[in-house]
Design a protein around this ligand. Structure first.
Ligand code: ADP
Length: 627
């Protein structure tokens, strides 16, 4: 068999046509009516096709180091951070009527536009992402960051990229521009055609197509957890995306689907739309977190127009754990793995872990020739301490004065103990003292995966060590929320701990900027962005050695790997293992400030941007595309 290589992965040439283990089943089609959906297209405004994004010559793009430095210099001069600085800073206080992270920020796309100074790929593709999340307008966790960051990186390399997203009622509309209704059409759900609108807009320079059904799907105050059947809503959305492509005559080279929410797309594509008008696209699936399998009843899948019973086989989409049950259930994620042309997960170590454990391992092993681990990057346009609009002072690896100010600002704003405030000089200016207390931060969804018992232990241990700790987290589970609320009530009045149970993008930027240490004690972590963002903002990571954390953080005390060393790593899931890492970090911080400062500069200079890894995605796309 002929093989094409991508990196060190061998892809069988049969991927070039249809995925390995499936046979396109006509039986899966419920009815001819369900297939002729394109005829139901009502209106389709002429649509910028191929969808293009402006690649502006932005003088202050993230990678433009000289302008970044200028900005840092300018803010440093304005704030005079090296000397007296307080005059221009509107210092926050816990008593402020409007919390400091809710102030008006000078929103500007200037730093976010697609970079024009990136070397373009000669052979360009049209890629459409289908996703439940996108940063910053519909973000719950890392999925949102990854979709936006990867899309921007590919646009910068000259590809045409669009993101398709449900038009959630809660979506942050203030960050969309040029929103236009482009298509009114019908899409199928539960035996009926539902009238649906597709809007085109731009979000931080990236073209987005918003799918808005006329029914109750995607209504509510948050991205997830609305009062509708989430499985059915995402099945609807999956079909509506393909239906729109058909109605709008858009045939991308690659449809890139993410997580279980979009995992019905490969099934719908190969068993329905590929037999209609969509011939060209090939499908890439990225698994961001194997914890969510998209458990689905057969009759639920049938609601999107496929015959759910057809997929209840081991080589298709049956949830292997339910074999022999009555009825057997399906897993959309498994179906997505089987039916996609290429499957990516978000770090090489997580790839190995998923091949060794979990019930999906056997499916992944069968598909191993199309399964690859690509480490996520972070979006350097968004995560850049030299241009970050949310920071009271900018900084970079060469000039860290702004970071000191950010820490002091946060301590003041949250009412944390300003150790050594007495040494603030009489002009009421910031001094070194407040930075002498190590600040540990943990910014995370508060779910079991993230090592809740270790986060709680860290809070207590950091306090015992005389440090300060900020937890910024949201708990989807009421019991977890109550546990952390209880802790917050107990500790937030004190001088050294703040447990902030909320989601705030703005505050997260400020907390990363203020941090000396970023803690990620996850039980498992497919990739983890928090440690990478922390490093970008000069926080030294402490992580548990698992998944992508093991691929991005290397222990400072490991003498055999000093070149890569950039943080503190522990292996056990017990409290003592974490204490050991915290103790070592505090020791380094206090006993050897010069070495610590060097480490801060080193972690800031590590390139965890998409520049590094977007090319691997392009290789995957090229390996499956058809011409
Ligand atoms: P996951 O995808 O499992 O949530 P990641 O580390 O990959 O974890 O990505 C988490 C992303 O969500 C990061 O951008 C992090 O800063 C952000 N985040 C998590 N919790 C919060 C919160 N409470 N407020 C603001 N941002 C948060």
């Amino acid at each position: 068999m002929e093989c094409a290589t991508i990196g060190n992965l061998w892809l069988s040439s049969f991927l070039i046509s249809s995925p390995s283990t499936l046979s396109c089943s006509r039986r899966a089609l419920v009815s001819r009516d369900a297939c002729t959906a394109s005829l139901c297209s009502k209106t389709h405004k002429s649509f910028p096709s191929p969808l293009r994004c402006r690649a502006l010559d932005s003088p202050s793009t993230a990678a433009n180091l000289s302008s970044d430095s200028d900005l840092v210099e300018r803010t440093s001069r304005k704030l005079n951070v090296a000397g007296p600085i307080s005059k221009d800073v509107d210092w926050p206080s816990p008593d402020d009527e409007i919390p400091f992270w809710k102030r008006n920020f000078p929103y500007s796309d200037a730093n976010l536009l697609v970079r024009s100074n990136v070397v373009k790929d000669s052979d360009t593709l049209h890629i459409i992402h289908i996703t439940a999340e996108m940063a910053p307008i519909a973000k719950v966790g890392g999925l949102a960051d990854v979709v936006t960051g990867l899309a921007r990186a590919c646009l910068s390399r000259g590809h045409t990229v669009d993101i398709m997203l449900p038009f959630y009622e809660c979506i942050q509309k203030d960050q969309m521009s040029e929103l236009t209704l482009i298509t009114s059409y019908d899409s199928f759900h539960d035996g009926k055609w539902v009238s649906t609108n597709a809007y085109h807009g731009t979000v931080t320079g990236i073209p987005v197509i918003f799918i808005e059904p006329s029914n109750h799907f995607f209504k509510g105050k948050s991205v997830y957890g609305g009062s509708y059947d989430e499985m059915e809503a995402y099945l609807f959305f999956s079909r509506a995306c393909l239906e729109w492509m058909q109605a709008a005559f858009v045939q991308p080279d690659i449809i890139h689907v993410h997580e279980w929410q979009a995992s019905a797309v490969p099934l719908l594509y190969w068993d329905m739309y590929h037999h209609l008008s969509l011939r060209k696209p090939r499908i890439t699936l990225t698994i961001h977190n194997m914890e969510h399998y998209g458990e689905c009843r057969q009759e639920q899948l049938s609601k999107c127009g496929l015959d759910g019973s057809v997929y209840a086989t081991e080589d298709k989409a049956v949830d292997d754990r339910t074999i022999g049950h009555n009825p057997e259930r399906l897993s959309l994620l498994k179906g997505g793995i089987v039916y996609s042309n290429a499957v990516v997960t978000v770090s090489p170590t997580y790839l190995k872990e998923t091949l060794c454990s979990g019930w999906l391992a056997s499916t992944l092993i069968k598909c191993h020739d199309k399964y690859i681990g690509i480490l996520n990057g972070i979006d350097y346009a968004v995560w850049n301490p030299a241009t970050d609009i949310f920071l009271p002072a900018k900084f970079n690896a060469k000039n860290l004065e702004g970071k000191r100010l950010c820490k002091y600002y946060l301590q003041k704003g949250l009412g944390l103990d300003l150790k050594g405030e007495e040494t603030i000089n009489r002009n009421d200016d910031v001094i070194d003292a407040s930075v002498k207390v190590p600040m540990v931060v943990c910014i995370t969804r508060l779910v079991a995966q993230k090592g809740l018992h270790l986060i709680i232990h860290a809070i207590k241990h950091v306090e015992k060590l005389g440090g300060q700790m900020i937890v910024l987290g949201k708990a989807p589970d009421r019991r977890v929320e109550n546990e952390f609320k209880h802790l917050a009530d107990l500790l937030n009045q004190g001088p050294n701990v703040r447990i902030l149970l909320m989601y705030s993008e703005e505050l997260s930027h400020m907390v990363y900027a203020a941090a000396d240490i970023v803690l990620v004690p996850s039980m498992y972590e497919p990739c983890g962005l928090s440690q990478m963002i922390g490093m970008r903002y000069g926080a030294v990571p402490i992580v548990r050695k698992t998944g992508g954390l093991a691929d991005t953080v290397f222990d400072i005390d490991d003498q055999s790997n000093q070149e890569m060393a950039n943080g503190f790593v522990f292996e056990g899931i017990d409290e003592r293992s974490l204490s050991w890492a915290l103790d070592r970090a505090f020791y380094h911080y206090r006993e050897n400030p010069d070495e610590w400062a060097g480490m801060v500069r080193k972690v800031m200079e590590i390139d965890n941007s998409w520049n590094n890894t977007a090319g691997k995605y392009i290789d995957v796309y090229n390996s499956v595309r058809v011409r």
